[in-house]
Every structure is written in structure tokens, then in C-alpha cells.
Design a protein around this ligand. Sequence first.
Ligand code: ZN
Length: 662
Amino acid sequence: MENRWNDDEAARFPTALGQRAYTSRLQGADPSLVLHGGGNTSVKVTEPNVFDSDEEILYVKGSGWDLATIEAAGFAPCRMDHLLRLAQLDRLSDTDMARELQVSLKRPGAPAPSVEAILHAILPHQFVDHTHADVIVTLTNTIHGERLVREVFDADEMIVVPYVMPGFKLVRAVAALLETQTTPRTIGLILMNHGIFTFGPTAKMSYDRMIEAVAKAEAFLEARGAGRLGEPKPQESTSRESLRGLPTLRRALSAAAGFPMIVSSHVDEQALSFVRRSDLETISQQGPATPDHVIRTKRLPMLGATAASVASYADAYRTYFADQAAALPGPLTMLDPAPRVALDPELGLITIGRTAGDAAIAEDIYRHTIEVITRAEALGGYRALPTADLFDMEYWDLEQAKLKRQGAPRMFAGEITLVTGAASGIGKACVASLLARGAAVVGIDLDPAICDLHRRRDYLGLACDVTDADAVDRALESAVRTFGGLDMLILNAGVFPAGSPIAQLASAEWSRVLQVNLDANLVLMRLAHPLLKQAPRGGRVVVMGSKNVPAPGPGASAYSASKAALTQLARVAALEWGADGIRVNILHPNAVFDTGIWSEDVLQQRAANYGLTVEQYKTNNVLRVEVTSRDVAELAAEMCGPLFSKTTGAQLPVDGGNERVI
Ligand code: ZN
């Protein structure tokens, strides 16, 4: 356990709130302490108010902020006297508590205070830190958890809090324990099946205590033969055979959920050795390491990766919901019954989400869960919370409200697009338009810059020559492994050769143009067809044709012929694939000058040829407008969307109006 405190760094943050933000980031930087919005921290500060009297304010982590990146502005300023009066109440519903936390704010527009704000307020000391440290959760999630915690920590230093759901009930439970168990040496709390609090008079002391406590637990686990698993080794390759099952699995998952989902397969050594354990059925079917994970991973992972396993998982989920909801007052709305994690001996750890980001969060969390379960098993047996407690968290009012605040999903949430020629020009703009509509995007291009075009979890860039069928096949495999299938295909890659009259056109040049602009697209369409067929909402293909199809130009025979043949290919595909629910449409852009091939020099030359200025040349169309890559890309994206859901085989110009086309 590394103590990341650095005197020079820390000196840059002289105020109490600055120090608070600094050590919060130190904890956020360690995923074994804090994962994805988990954990929270606070500081109590006395400051003057508008009446010129001093007021004690609790600055507590605001929701929507992550400890890894939190700034002073990410802390919600709550009036301490209000929080302390709330803490005295016998009863307060969590919905009322959330409202009262808002009421306590000193500044309107501040982020919503953490639901653990009142707990922070009643804890002694100026600085309070709270994490869900893996090793603490490992210790407490064992059959003899409380006994082990007592072995590691002195009773007069750490107060042990039996599991209570976070919220007002936890405040009351902790308040009672503080009254009877606090000693002059008390430095924190261990919350069974949840995590750890430490506190101190300075940010450094509270942080040091967190690190020391976690290090102590770590040493204990090591000594008991329950050491760390180590970093996952790089991805092994999954057999083609099993990868082929992934789009079918995705289709079944999406049907169960009622919306398309991203499905990622991870087959590194750590994942495989867990999913191939002989006791997997017992150890994996107990519950998450901390109850808040239930929102991200559901209570249980699915075993297996077939449509049949999805059906039985969804049935079991419905039964779980019906049984648990019956025991509670008030109506509850069932969440979708699809799993978020699946374990399969061939496909390894499979994570599932409405977006690639959600699937990635489920992956991060489950990797920690694997670590916690494996180490707890070595300690004598993993034991998660009872089902009812996990259900309470999954259907907690405050969590439900959080989900609602996320709003409606974006147009292509859960869907996957492959764009060719995606490193520049229209292709690059298509990637941006599709990402902006929530799709996960696989960009392929000859230019290796494609790999780093975007650094985000819903983007995969692959350097690939579209005329190399094996390379294209591998690219599709990567798309399937990373996101689970393919819904949309944007055929954009193409070459635009220098003009040459037919009388002088070399056969090799003719062949080269047809190979890239036509043959490569045939191969990709053929390979993508089985995937597009499995798309939960039906596959979509958009083909970049050209104005040259309806209105060819002299000197562009190879280019015009290749695009005309490609258009015809697309029209035949529209006929053949309609029965599979796949729509194929064609765009005919013209004079898109913001692409790599049109340098300022070339533009000036061309314009001069026609006796025009560059500006006149760029807008030389009926509407006198400039057509940009973005204009074409936005239309391509919309052609995949609901506006065009009844349209296939269509050809649409994007050219500002061309007299010869009209
Ligand atoms: Zn917590």
C-alpha cells in the first residue's frame, strides 16, 4: 500500500479545502481504495457568513465528482448545525434526507452532497476519509469477518460497525456506537461489508491513517496466504469459434434488456483462471463485494454465454424481484432483467452495459470482485450480504433517482458502428457524429494515426488495409471481442486518383482504383453480413458514393466507374438484405474540400482553372454553400437513425445542389 503524500505537492494547497481536495485525489488515484465514484471525503471549516458571524461548514464530496479528479469546487458546503440537528432525529426517510442535505447548502448551485454527509458531520475531527478499500472489504466479506477485523485492529482504535444500509439508518447506528465506544485513540471505523472511515486533525493524518489501516489489513492477508493476485496479463486470443457466439449472445441480452447492449469479452489469465475454477458456481453466486456495486454489476453474474443462459438468468431475476418486492411496502418498478457480468470458460469475463463506458465500469468493478472473492476464499470463505440487503440497495430510492437523472439514452446507445477510411476527412467526421449520438465506433484506416484518433472506451482504432481480406476479417473480430457485434457500417474508404483521359489510362491504375473503391467494399460487406443480421435493431449500411455517379466528369473514368459500380452493389445489397432487416443507403457528396487531399495550393490551382476565386470555387453550386465533411457525416449518421427507418436503397446528394444532378 503506497503512501502517495508528497510535501512539495501538498504545499501547493495551503487552505484546508485545498488540502482536502489534494488527499482525496491521492486516494482516488488508487483503484484498490476507490472505484468509479465510490468513497467520499470531507473537511469541517469555520468561515464568516453574510451576517459577519462565523459558521461551521462541512465541505463534503459532491455527487457527480470522482475522488481521482476532484477539485475544491467538487465539495458541497453544508451548514454543520443543520446536519447535526438532522442527526438527532429518530427517523428520517432517505428521500427527506436527500432534500434536507440540499436545504443545508450554503451556496445554491453547489453539487448535491454525498448521501453520507450527515455521517461525516457527526464524526470527530476536522478531516474525514471514507473508502471501500479492497482489503477491508475482503476481510469483512468472510465467514468470520468480524473476528478477523478484531484480530487486525485494536478495539480502542477502530470501531466496528455491523452492516447497515448507507443513509440515515447508518447515521443513527454510528452515532450510538460513537457514544459508547469512542476512546482517545479512536482513529476510524470499519463498516462490515462496506468499507472504512478514518479521521484526523489534518488532511495528512487522516490520509496516513487510511493508508496505515489498509496496509495493516494487507499484511494480515499476506500472512494468511491471501495475498494479491497481481496485474492481469495481456489478452490471450479467444478461439474464432467461441467469438462467433458473441453476437448471438449480444442479441439475446439486448432482447432481454429491451435495448441494444455493448458486450465485451476479456480473456486474460486472471479472468480465465477465475471463470475456470471448479467452485465457480458457489463462489460467484453470492453477491458483490460492496452493496453499491449492485447498481453496476447486478447482484449476480450470469454463468455461461448462450441464449439459453440469458433466458434462465432473466427468469431468475424476475423471480428475485417478485420475491423481494413483495416483502416491501410501496410499488417498485423492475429494472431490466439482463445481467451486466457473465462468466464463461471460453469467453472469459464478459461485461455488459448500455454504453461501452458502462461495460467498462462493470469490468473494472468485477476485476476487483474477482480479487476480493479469491482472497476471501483463501481466508476461509467468501460471504456476501444477504439477498434482502442487496435488493434494498439495488432498489434504493436514492439510487433509482440517480438513474432517472441520467435522462434518456442517446440515439445509438448500445450500438456499434464500423467506419472505413476513418482517420481523416469524411470518415473522421463520421466517427465524431456517431460518437456524439452514443454509438461505440470502430475506426479503420491505412494511416496508423487511426489508433489514437480518440482515447475513450467507446472507440477502437485499427490500422488496416481494406484491400487485405484477412486484415479486414481480423478487424471485425476485434470489433466483436471489444463491443460484441456490429450494427452499422459506413463504407467510406476510397481513393480519388489524379485525372487521366481514357486514351491514356493505364490498366494498373484502373485496377487499383476498382480494388479499393469497389472490391474491398464487396469483401467487407460479405464479411459483415452475418454480424449485421444479428443487430438488435436491424443492421444499417451507408455507402459513400459520389456526385460522379449521376454526373460523371471527363478524366475521372476509373473513379466514376468504381463509384457507379459501388452504388449498384449497394442497391443489390438493399434488395438482398431487406429480409434480414438491414437497410442500405447511399450518399453522393460533392466538392467536400476540408479533407486531406485538398491543400490550399491545389484549391487555388483548380479555382484558377475555372477563372474563379477559391471562395467561389468552394461554393460553386445551386445553393452557393460550402459542403463540409461534417455535413456529410451528420447525414450519414442520421441515415442510420430512426428518421430513415423506412428507407433503403435510397441515393441522396449532399452537394449544395448540382444542376447536372438535379
Ligand atoms: Zn461508502
